[in-house]
Design a binder for this molecule. Structure first.
Ligand code: UD1
Ligand code: MG
Length: 446
């Protein structure tokens, strides 16, 4: 392999993502890196941070039976290679298992952990830049409580001499608060010869990747540290750490949206997905939840307690309070969706309204149509789903059931309480209910 396709910072590199660990502390049937942050897997966030830097090759180390990881990564990066580490003998052993893919590579090898999803592209860029003047650069962080992390032993001249793992550290070494994030850039030229020298002679009985530092230092290679903020570098090993990382990620997404012109009255109560797209001058009230794949155009107002996923909301629309938009909802310009209204796979025309207590599914609703309170599209017959079409300017009276497949013509009016099972022509009034009988004086006074 040659190192010709340079990225924009001019440092050719390949990356290795370690993801074979069992993730025992998550107590989950799911591989650890498949747990989600802001709706997307931990490993997908790592890949998203690397991609803008254009690695020449990406190699993911997984364990057997991690097909879900393979599929998830392949969907994001079709070029990624996978290496199976059959036994989890340590991080050094994991990197060594990539030899068949990277043995001849002479650029930098950027090693990351799949369980460190908060890392930012700018920080990786800094690490790669620094790697131009040292054979090994480790991304470090200073922690008030360094417990559990490898400690970085740096001399007065800035040379990183050794990384000591928590369980092998002396009490004096444990008091060092400069820690290993697990993200390391190593010259491909030296990586595998250093890895070949690793032993598992330590308290964990593992081949530590971190032991290559002392070996490199002894061989006279330059080993440096680049420091970054711990908010980017915390590893996820437990559900509590997952929840903390979610909070960091949510604040990043909220702050980005607000910086781009979105008003959030109580940002802490708005939950976004990493792919939520919200245009400027959208107002989001407290307690709004976004699911995957939502696009919101300018001047939309989303009122409290709304849950929105897979929806496109066009400019000027008002949503909620208490609205539920499900996948395939397209809300036209200046349309209104009110309280306790659920939409699924429905296109609502410009200026149309469904303001109270309705279910509208698998439907096309024309411009300026009005869907009265309590309207239900009966889209499911117990076996199949059917479509409802409501024409431009149609008026659906309250508490109507539209039994699909059915079509309501443009300008048609449905009388309140009707159960409509047949198509209604344009500009026609349809009534389907029994006649009211008034029995005068029939009610006896007590
Ligand atoms: C590792 C570092 C530690 C650092 C910390 C940062 C070593 C020996 N220790 O410790 O210095 O402070 O990360 O979070 O490197 N993995 C494999 N195969 C294995 C073992 C692990 O692929 O055989 C993967 C895991 O899936 C994980 C990553 O390597 O993504 C790190 O492993 P983990 O067991 O979490 O290491 P830490 O104890 O956190
Ligand atoms: Mg870890």
């Amino acid at each position: 392999m040659t190192a010709q396709n340079k990225n924009k910072i001019n440092v050719p590199f390949a990356c290795v993502i370690l993801a074979a660990g069992k993730g025992t502390r998550m107590k989950s049937a799911l591989p650890k890196v498949m747990h989600k942050l802001a709706g997307f897997s931990l490993i997908s966030h790592v890949i998203d941070a690397i991609s803008p830097l254009s690695p020449e090759k990406t190699v993911v180390v997984i364990a057997e039976h991690m097909d879900s990881v393979k599929k998830n990564v392949a969907d994001i990066d079709g070029q990624a290679k996978f290496v199976i580490q059959t036994e989890q003998l340590g991080t050094g052993h994991a990197v060594r298992s990539t030899k068949a893919e990277l043995g001849g590579y002479t650029g930098k090898v950027l090693i990351l952990c799949g369980d460190t999803p908060l890392i930012k592209t700018e920080t990786l860029e800094k690490l790669l830049e620094a790697s131009q003047s040292a054979e090994i650069v480790v991304l470090g962080m200073r922690l008030a409580n360094p417990y559990g992390y490898g400690r970085l032993l740096v001399d007065a001249g800035g040379q990183l001499e050794e990384i000591i793992e928590e369980r092998d550290a002396t009490p004096e070494q444990k008091s060092i608060n400069l820690c290993n994030s697990g993200i390391i850039a190593v010259s491909g030229k030296y990586l595998f010869s250093l890895l070949d020298k690793l032993t598992n002679n330590n308290n964990a009985g593992e081949y530590y990747l971190t032991d290559i530092i002392a070996l490199a230092d002894d061989a006279g290679l330059h080993c440096h540290v680049v420091e970054a903020d711990e908010s980017e570098l915390s590893g996820i090993n437990t559900r509590t750490q997952l929840a903390k990382a979610e909070e960091v990620m949510q604040w990043r997404l909220r702050e980005k949206a607000m910086a781009e012109g979105v008003t959030m009255i109580d940002p802490a109560s708005v939950f976004l997905r990493a792919d939520t797209k919200i245009a400027p001058d959208v107002i989001i009230h407290p307690q709004v939840i976004f699911g995957d794949n939502v696009v919101v155009e300018p001047d939309v107002e989303i009122r409290s307690f709304s849950h929105i996923e897979g929806a496109q909301i066009k400019s000027g629309a008002i949503i909620g309070p208490f609205a539920r938009l499900r996948t395939g909802s397209i809300i036209g310009k200046n349309a209104h969706i009110g309280n306790f209204v659920e939409l699924k796979n429905t296109r609502l025309g410009d200026g149309a309204k469904a303001n109270h207590l309705s279910y509208v599914g698998d439907s096309e609703v024309g411009e300026k149509a009005n869907i009265g309170a309590g309207t239900i599209t009966c889209n499911y017959d117990g076996a199949n789903k059917h479509k409802t079409i409501i024409g431009t300017g149609a008026f659906i009276g309250s508490n109507s059931s539209l039994v699909a497949p059915v079509s309501i013509g443009a300008g048609a009016v449905i009388g309140a309480g009707s159960v409509i099972t047949q198509d209604v022509p344009d500009n026609s009034l349809a009534l389907e209910r029994s006649q009211q009988i008034n029995k005068i004086g029939r009610v006896k006074k007590p």
